[in-house]
Design a protein around this ligand. Structure first.
Ligand SMILES: Nc1nc2c(c(=O)[nH]1)N[C@H]1C(S)=C(S)[C@@H](COP(=O)(O)O)O[C@H]1N2
Ligand SMILES: [Mo]
Length: 249
């Protein structure tokens, strides 16, 4: 399908709310977001169904060139060890003082081999570098270059179990959010330790952040601490107030 056809079809669906019922017909049982049935979360149904119906493969988001890299503000938490904040995390401060040598990402839950991965462990996987546009729900966008390990490689290394359906992320500033396996195994979903050719700076989520290029900015959690794979949806995401679990772009 050509890109312009896609956009036209997506537009038709988004403007044609009346056709939403039609999208939920048999064969689409996998195309309901886990928040389905909660009237306040109707937005999830619309964007999730539209994306899961119209983007059946693993379509890549656009990647840019070196010259397109723009200035990139640091938004939300810029330091989990800020004593003035409710999430003040001393552990993070200690890890940062030690140049993150003692930092490790724990991977637990529905995996055959729960484990802790140091930064060096993660950097031994084949790396992926991508220049993409970040879209924040506050209305700004910026283009940056990200280097990291595809999440799929780490999940396969940990031995994801057949019943696994969601990947939950926990951060040093007390955030939690989840993505489904479709986004988790998307080739551009990476655990990034590099930005614009350098180590990921602290304000942007050092030492490791998620990049979910198929969704809006708040899903790309910074300051990663722990990943828990689950077969159940945990609706306890800690997103900017009022924002949906699923917001595709
Ligand atoms: N842990 C954590 N991750 C986070 C946030 C945050 O406050 N804490 N803010 C989110 C939002 S709303 C955006 S737009 C991006 C901002 O990333 P940046 O600071 O690198 O621009 O990070 C996202 N990930
Ligand atoms: Mo954002």
């Amino acid at each position: 399908m050509k890109k312009n056809q896609l956009i036209t079809r997506r537009h038709a669906i988004i403007t044609g709310l009346a056709s939403l019922g039609g999208l939920l017909l048999p064969g689409c049982s996998k195309k309901l977001p886990p928040t389905y049935g909660n009237i306040l979360r109707m937005g999830d149904v619309l964007t999730y169904v539209a994306h899961r119906t119209l983007l059946p493969g693993q379509s890549l988001v656009r990647e840019y060139n070196y010259g397109d890299i723009s200035s990139f503000p640091a938004i939300g938490t810029t330091n989990p060890a800020d004593p003035a904040k409710w999430f003040f995390n001393e552990d993070y401060g200690r890890l940062r003082s030690g140049a993150f040598a003692n930092w490790a990402l724990s991977i637990e839950g529905r995996v055959a081999r729960p484990a802790s991965y140091s930064l060096a462990d993660l950097q031994r996987f084949p790396a992926r570098t991508q220049i993409t546009r970040h879209t924040c729900e506050e209305g700004w966008t910026a283009i940056g270059q990200w280097t990291g390990v595809p999440l799929s490689l780490v999940l396969n290394n940990a031995g994801i179990l057949a019943s696994a359906r969601f990947v939950n992320f926990y951060t040093y500033d007390g955030r939690m959010d989840s993505i489904d396996m479709f986004d988790a195994f998307h080739p551009q979903t990476i655990l990034a330790y590099g930005m614009n050719g350098r180590d990921l700076p602290v304000p942007h989520g050092a030492p490791l952040r998620l990049r979910v290029e198929t969704q809006i900015g708040y899903k790309s959690l910074k300051f990663l601490k722990r990943i828990v794979v689950t077969d159940e949806f945990l609706d306890v995401g800690n997103r900017p107030r009022g924002w949906a679990w699923y917001t595709g772009i």
